[in-house]
Design a binder for this molecule. Structure first.
Ligand SMILES: [Zn+2]
Length: 316
């Protein structure tokens, strides 16, 4: 299967001293890939900034304006976790643009799968609020963009260790988008109970799989297979989007699940199979992941799962 990479680069102008959501995250991924013979030659695509119309496919004009205004006055904090520097508005537009480019790469037939290695992340951002290190909800914007490109049924598979409250809220009552999330629970942001199934217009199309601290990679994959896979197959998605956080890795400092790089390879292989069955493709959008070594290894493992499938994790 073909895979294309899209990255804005580390975005050093979007940073705050000591903050875990830092430029080194993307640098670590790109450096790790560069050192892997089988991955360093994957095709690349340079993204462009998302424009205001794309941002407002999901966000209120008030939120878009508030981000711009905060950056223009030198920055500040949206909440205790979520910083904004003078360059953060532009960085957030580029991160959203990279998600759009990933969708376009698949919709244009240039690749079966695409992976956006960009920051800031997005899945906590609601229509009207930045929160949880997230300014604009990249994966939600990508979903709406894909629908404009003619892919009407979108499945979002959120593998970040935190629940994607923003994405859930945006598509809560929307039958055209299936949202699934495996996440540690309880944990920030406190949402994601198994009983949250979706609004009246989309009952059953919001699937939360809360997992206790200490959950192993094998248990995680079992729950994915039992709860997410049947729903994705039944939904017959025309495009799969992956909210690709890697903070469920055992080494991550922000959570206590026990996934390994092998878990991500198996997950990616399964997504590859699901897409093949549905005749669709996938676009992956980086979310969290705060241990630099684990992040690089987990993204590489995911890429190998997409390229090679489950039977051949190392080519040659
Ligand atoms: Zn996370």
């Amino acid at each position: 299967m073909s895979v294309i990479l899209i990255s804005t680069g580390p975005e050093p102008e979007h940073s705050a001293p000591g903050h875990p959501e830092r430029p080194d995250r993307v640098a670590a991924i790109l450096d790790h890939i560069a050192g892997q013979e089988d991955l360093s030659s994957l095709p690349r695509l340079d993204p462009t900034e998302a424009d205001g119309a794309a941002i407002e496919l999901v966000h209120t004009s008030a939120h878009a304006g508030a981000v711009r205004a905060m950056a223009q006055r030198g920055g500040g904090w949206f909440d205790g976790d979520t910083f904004c520097g003078p360059g953060s508005h532009a960085a957030a537009l580029r991160s959203a643009g990279a998600a759009l480019a990933a969708v376009d790469a698949v919709c244009d037939g240039r690749s079966d799968h695409a992976f956006s290695i960009s920051r800031p992340p997005g899945h906590h951002a609601t229509a009207g609020t930045a929160m949880g290190f997230c300014i604009f909800n990249n994966v939600a914007i990508a979903a709406r963009h894909a629908q404009l490109r003619g892919r009407k049924r979108i499945a979002i598979i959120d593998i970040d260790v935190h629940h994607g409250n923003g994405t859930e809220e945006i598509f809560w009552d929307d039958p055209s988008v299936l949202y699934t999330s495996l996440h540690q629970y309880p944990l920030y942001p406190g949402t994601g109970h198994a009983s949250a199934h979706g609004g009246p217009g989309a009952l059953g199309l919001n699937i939360n799989v809360p997992l206790p601290s200490g959950t192993s990679g094998d248990e995680w994959l079992d729950r994915f297979e039992g709860s997410v896979v049947p729903a994705v197959i039944a939904f017959e998605p025309e495009l799969v989007l992956v909210s690709a956080g890697f903070d469920a890795h055992a080494a991550d400092p922000l959570a206590t699940l026990q996934l390994t790089a092998s878990t991500y390879a198996a997950l990616a292989s399964r997504v590859r199979d699901l897409c093949a069955e549905a005749g669709s493709g996938s676009a992956w959008v980086l979310e969290g992941g705060y241990d630099l070594d684990a992040l690089g290894e987990s993204v590489a493992a995911s890429l190998r799962g997409l390229v090679n499938g489950g039977g051949d994790p190392t080519p040659g």
